[in-house]
Ligand binder design. Structure first.
Ligand code: FMN
Length: 190
């Protein structure tokens, strides 16, 4: 099973790097698989630890993909570094093993601490829609335009029916990014 989370890792100069990333649940721990190049990958390989944040404010996910990476963090307890201040829960993990790959190495991690900070209040379809749209945005260069259009049209239904202000703000950031990408494509072709 893959859970869509936000990883916080520490960069060489001590800054906290925030990035959405799928985390694979394995019987022996968690597997994280960043595509190269990736700051998260570099940080995990160098420092050997990370925090895995479970969130319900999807602005963090949309924000990371649209140049808004500055979300509040607080120090972690068992590993050096930090977690998202607003996380519902978080795991602290240490890197145990690397399965190397030129495109997408697999980082096997052991959970050394788990904390819950706020209750999970139930599924929200608009949050799911923002996560799906964020994945589309992260793959704008590789996905065909009509696939993106079709998927966005479907996701808009959940947005219209179930979004709150945070989900709408996150959605707007993503749509703005898609619009900018399309405009640049048009300009490059002109
Ligand atoms: C929900 C979601 C899940 C993602 N999962 C992954 C992943 O498993 N591996 C990956 O390389 N990028 C993933 N991405 C894209 C990264 O967040 C994005 O490319 C990011 O910039 C990672 O690069 P960085 O480590 O240099 O920040 C995901 C994006 C979203 C929105």
């Amino acid at each position: 099973m893959i859970r869509e989370t936000v990883l916080t890792t520490r960069s060489g100069d001590g800054r906290i790097h925030i990035a959405p990333m799928g985390v694979h649940e394995r019987p022996d721990g968690l597997m994280i698989a960043p595509f190269r190049p990736s700051a998260t990958l570099d940080n995990l390989l160098r420092e050997g630890f990370a925090a895995v944040n479970c969130i319900d404010d999807v602005r963090v996910i949309a924000g990371c993909l649209t140049g808004r990476r500055d979300w509040p963090t607080v120090p972690t307890a068992r590993v050096p570094g930090a977690r998202l201040a607003d996380a519902l829960s978080h795991l602290e993990v240490v890197l145990e093993r690397v399965e190397n790959d030129a495109l997408r190495p697999r980082l096997l991690c052991r959970v050394v601490r788990e904390d819950t900070h706020r209750p999970f209040r139930g599924f929200n379809r608009a949050q799911g829609a923002v996560v799906e749209a964020a994945i589309l945005v992260s793959r704008l260069h590789v996905l065909p335009r009509d696939k993106i259009e079709r998927e966005l049209e479907y996701l808009t239904i959940a947005m219209d029916k179930t979004a709150g202000p945070r989900e709408r703000e996150a959605w707007d950031w993503l749509m703005e990014k898609i619009e900018t990408f399309r405009r640049r494509q048009r300009e490059a072709c002109a």
